[in-house]
Design a protein around this ligand. Structure first.
Ligand SMILES: [Ca+2]
Length: 101
């Protein structure tokens, strides 16, 4: 990917590439992450920001909440809702810190 990208642009590429890293190449269902792959992604990629990712029940509940169209798989839009959900508390934290300084 282009070296001239800004930090933000690089971050976006990382987020998008992470999604496709967990999309099964062999599945007939294209461009979606299966439940088991999604559980794997939570554990491998988000264990510091999301607690309980090793807890199968908690992970399944999160998948259920994100799966807006109830097809049992996570689409890119549903994945993006997770990114937003994680980012929002971080934004609040930064805002609070800025107000204190
Ligand atoms: Ca879905």
């Amino acid at each position: 990917m282009a070296d001239c990208y800004t930090e933000l642009e690089k971050a976006i590429v990382v987020l998008v590439e992470n999604f496709y890293k967990y999309v099964s190449k062999h599945s007939l269902v294209k461009n979606k992450i299966s439940k088991s792959s999604f559980r794997k992604m939570l554990q491998k990629e988000l264990s510091h920001m999301l607690t309980d990712t090793g807890n199968r029940k908690a992970a399944d509940k999160l998948i259920q909440d994100l799966d807006a169209n109830h097809d049992g798989r996570i689409s890119f839009d549903e994945y993006w809702a997770l990114i937003g959900g994680i980012s929002s508390p971080i934004a609040n934290l930064i805002r609070e810190q800025e107000q204190q300084s």
